[in-house]
Design a protein around this ligand. Structure first.
Ligand code: SF4
Length: 361
């Protein structure tokens, strides 16, 4: 139905720009946080129970000693402590059974109410939810959701190429302009988009340790493709030395022998020399940066575009809870929300009559 409706939008000429903003948003599942277990959460809960058991055992021993010394220890107190210990031991047995399930699961995580819901971080500091990650490609002109996808993967890093390709198909376009946030920055995803004729603009996450510590970052080294060298801030040439493979990526290493005598060395490296690594497809990433430099408003466009539909849908859903459980049902629930959003959006743009006529044509 969502695909059919997008086809109607195309008939109405509302999706002629082939330009989308890709955005992911987390929606809570029915599953409560304390009914979701990761290895870290399980460890914390078992440790807390062990601490409580140690405390009650110590109180019980004290009561026994006092009773042996002739003190009047109320029997109710001893019974209460023993009951608490029994309950905690029952809880350990329950948690051990869940832990066995958790260890056998592929992603070392168990959700008791909705087995497909997953613990995921959200943008707020130290906040997280148990839920689903909804991906959407939103048309930058009319804010219509071209495609969406519901996943239970907590990060956006591996989502870009898939959702961009789906958007390209949904629009029936041969090429597509995409803006996304830095959470989608992953070399192989950007390369897959480039190979499919999709032009992506997104910022690079600031992960350079050298830059954070006040030294030159990689962006301060200028690559010269014709000579395959980097020029450093001191004007020295860093030449290609060797190739290595990391996480399936071929990386080329460059450095110069001039570092030891360089007056800028303290601002550059703490090692014997500064080494720069270059992914074999780095040119694709440089093209992304060049596009962003040329169009600094791209991120403003992304925010304005992608936050409109998600904000509206979340407002409708009230506290952003899904009402259904398991991925197929949650996906259907989301599709209904997307369809309702798109219908209201198109009605607001072209009016009900034009929409009905286009649907009947
Ligand atoms: S330390 Fe080496 S790479 Fe860094 S600026 Fe000096 S010569 Fe260039």
């Amino acid at each position: 139905m969502c695909r059919e409706f997008v086809a109607i939008c195309r008939k109405l000429d509302l999706l002629s720009k082939a330009s989308v903003a890709i955005h992911g948003s987390k929606f809570k599942a029915v599953n409560a946080r304390d009914k979701n277990f990761t290895q870290a959460k399980m460890k914390r809960r078992l440790e807390r129970i062990d601490e409580s058991i140690a405390r009650y055992l110590s109180q019980l021993e004290t009561a026994d000693r006092q009773a042996a010394a002739g003190a009047d220890v109320p029997a109710a107190k001893v019974t209460r402590l023993k009951d608490k210990l029994a309950k905690l031991r029952e809880e350990i047995a329950r948690l051990n059974a869940i832990n066995a399930e958790l260890q056998a699961s592929p992603d070392k995580q168990v959700s008791l109410t909705d087995p497909d819901a997953r613990s995921m971080a959200t943008s707020g500091k130290d906040t997280g939810i148990v839920g689903y990650n909804v991906q959407a490609a939103v048309d930058t002109e009319h804010h219509i959701i071209v495609v969406h996808d519901v996943t239970n993967v907590g990060t956006d890093r591996r989502q870009l190429a898939n959702i961009a390709r789906l958007a390209c198909e949904g629009l029936g376009a041969k090429t597509l302009e995409v803006v996304a946030d830095r959470g989608y920055y992953e070399g192989s995803e950007i390369k897959a988009c480039a190979d499919a004729g999709i032009t992506v603009t997104l910022p690079k996450p600031q992960t350079s340790g050298a830059k954070a510590e006040g030294r030159f970052g990689k962006q301060d080294f200028v690559y010269n493709a014709a000579d395959d060298i980097y020029r450093c801030p001191a004007g020295e040439q860093l030449t290609f030395r060797y190739t290595s493979e990391e996480d399936g990526k071929i990386l080329r290493r460059y450095w110069t022998s001039a570092c030891a005598a360089c007056p800028l060395k303290a601002q550059c490296t703490t090692g014997p020399e500064r080494r720069i690594r270059r992914w074999e497809h780095e040119a694709v990433l440089e093209a992304v940066q060049a596009r962003l430099d040329k169009n600094p408003d791209a991120m403003k466009l992304r925010r304005q575009t992608a936050e409109h539909p998600f904000g509206t849908i979340k407002g409708w859903m009230g506290w952003t809870h899904f009402l259904t459980m398991t991925l197929p049902k949650v996906a259907a629930e989301m599709a209904l929300n997307v369809l309702a959003y798109n219908m209201k959006r198109v009605m607001a743009i072209v009016g009900v009559r034009a929409l009905v006529e286009a649907a009947q044509a």
